[in-house]
Design a protein around this ligand. Sequence first.
Ligand code: BGP
Length: 478
Amino acid sequence: MARQTWKIPDDFILGAAASAWQTEGWDGKRPTQDSYLDMWYKNDPDVWHDGYGPAVATDFYNRYKEDIQYMKDIGLTHYRTSINWSRFLLDYETAEVDEVYAGYIDDVIDELKRCGVEPMLCLEHYEIPTVLLEQYGGWGSKHVVGLFAAYAEKAFERYGDRVKYWFTFNEPIVPQTRIYLDALRYPYEQNTKKWMQWNYHKALATAKAVAIFRKRKPSFREGAKIGVILNPEVAYARSSAPHDQKAAQVYDLFFNRVFLDPSIKGVYPDELMELMAKHDILFDHDEEELSVIKRNTVDFVGVNLYYPKRVQAPSRQWNESTPFHPAYYYEPFELPGRKMNPFRGWEICPRIVYDMAMRLKYEYGNIEWLIAENGMGVEHEERFKNEEGVIQDDYRIDFISAHLREAMKGIADGANCKGYMLWAFTDNVSPMNAFKNRYGLVEIRLENNRSRALKKSACFYRDIIKNRRFETEEFRYK
Ligand code: BGP
């Protein structure tokens, strides 16, 4: 097969991502500062792979200097993590800052900058404080939206002089989809109306944070911008038949446009409003809130892209006593011969990057965006070690190259894609899967006091950052 060489624009971001709760560990955390993830792990440690959870994670809280040295060595242009809301404040009602934790974030930012790595901060990567879930029902509450806005303001105040790239949420749809739509996560309650209320309040919280950010912006770093990281799943219909097309279109409304449209266009799609009313899951809202959303759309978007969503028209009868779930309108379709990552159970389909790029170009005003996460989690990577003990993760190199190639094709066709952030910088803790599937450029050796070691992919990434070019084999899409 012919090899192709791809040139990467000089200003294209080539970074890596992580989050607070998946890396930091609990060292220094006060007993009152549990996040949702901490609470879930404490209540249900057995559902976490090998019983390992966020308690120690990668111990980034103590080892960030060492990790940032690796970032410098690889040459990452940017590093994204989150501020842990539950730890950043001592009092969530008054937004009193915890100086110890805030000082640690100061140090991380300064160290990154000293090493030539631009920090990106996200305000919530599922780290809602537990007490807000217990007292107010979490994102079901309008009061919590206000508390988030107050927290955002404190974070902007503290770090706005040094941090240029801000995000309100990472994948805001995910926790409530797992909790209330599919009842797969603690407290395992199926409640579609709550799911939609959480979706709405997070869109509103983004708009409120954007409004505060814009007010404060003159004192910020030049070029500072605020966005949200979404995980729209490129939805492919099984066929061109109208019923399959409709399945994909409805899937897209409930899972993608529910955040894309309010965040970028400032309005909800009429079709979605109608469907919500029809199924009695319309969120509680008023005109003033909708106008806040309308006036405060994001500057740019982060898009997490891992796999496509393939759907077909439902073939089974829906039992009328089953609570409404968007799956009323679709069922998953498995493409025969699809290429899979068997460890995560996700289809590998690099074309999603190009298709998303074109969608943002034509349907969302060609807003500036970046691939905020893309990566490949693999189990038992130790079997790929060479004689020197370096993991030979050629599959990850192929995976990155294939997805980057689609980004380059998109840019050639006018996409406004500004960067690629690999998930993840080091191996880290996944919800429930913990350290089962490894994603990092840098290996974490749990058995050896969590020592770090570069994988082969880290050297590949260093090369492409330095040389601004990479090669791929041309292959046909599945
Ligand atoms: C994204 C999340 C990340 C990360 C990643 C990998 O959805 O934003 O936090 O976990 O997926 O998925 P997983 O950890 O479930 O394997």
